[in-house]
Ligand binder design. Sequence first.
Ligand code: GLP
Length: 260
Amino acid sequence: MRERPFAMEIFVVPDASGTGAVAAGILAAVIRSKPDAVLGVATGSSPLPVYAALAEHQLDMSRVQAFALDEYVGLAAGHPQSYAEVVRSEVTERLGLDPALVSVPDGVAEDPHHAAALYDAAIRAAGGVDVQILGIGHNGHIAFNEPGSGLDSRTRVEFLAGRTRQANARYFRSIDDVPTQCITQGLGTIREARHLLMVVNGADKAEILAAALHGPVSPECPASVLQLHPHVTVVADEAAAGLLGVKLGQVAVRVATPSA
Ligand code: GLP
C-alpha cells in the first residue's frame, strides 16, 4: 500500500544537455522564489549538465545552502576524486555559492559513523532540503545507497558494491584506488527532501530507470523509493526514457492515490 498520494512528472528531452536545461530551469525557479533555498547536490556525470545550465542563469546564489549526498571514506577534501573536490569545482565555484554554506560528509573523520550522524542532524537543523538533485546508478543506487539499503535508512557508513566501484574506476588510475567505503545520506534522509529531481542520461540507464519507476518498491532497487515521495520530477534523455512509455516531447504526470 502506498503511504500517501504522489505525483511524478517525467520530462523527456533529446539529449543530456536538454536534461541540464530542464532541470536547471526548475532549480532557477526555486532559487528565484527562495534565494536561501537548501539544495541537495549530487555528483556523478548526470548532474554536470544541470550545473552548467544553471550557471547560465546568472542568478545570485550566494545565500543558497547545499548538502552533498555522499563522500568516499578515506579521501581527504583536497583529493581530486573526493566528492568534496567535485562539489567545490562543479557546484560551489561554478555557481558562486558561499563555501561556508556548502557541506559534504567528512570522509576522513576519525569516527566516520559519528560524522555521518552529525551530517544527518545538520540537514535537519538547516530545515531540510528544498530540492534534492539525484542521479541513478546501474544497480539502482541513489547516492551510495546500494541494493539492500533500508528504505528508511539514515546517513551512515556503507560499503560500495563491486559494480559501483567498477563504474567509478573511470575517475581513478585503477579500480584498486577506488575506496571501498563511503558515507552516504540514507534513503530515509533523502526522502525527507521536499522535492526530488532525478536526472538520467543514456541507454545504459533505461532498464534500471524503468525498474525504479514502474517496478516494486523494494530495497533491491533503492531508487524505487521515488514512488513513495509526494513530489518527484524525472528529467531523462530519450535513450534513458526508452522503456518508460513516455515519448520525446511528452511530459507525463502520473498521479496515484493510495491503493490497497
Ligand atoms: C555515483 C554517485 C551517485 C550517482 C551515480 C551515477 O556512484 N554516488 O550519486 O548518481 O554514481 O553516476 P553517473 O551519473 O555518473 O552515472
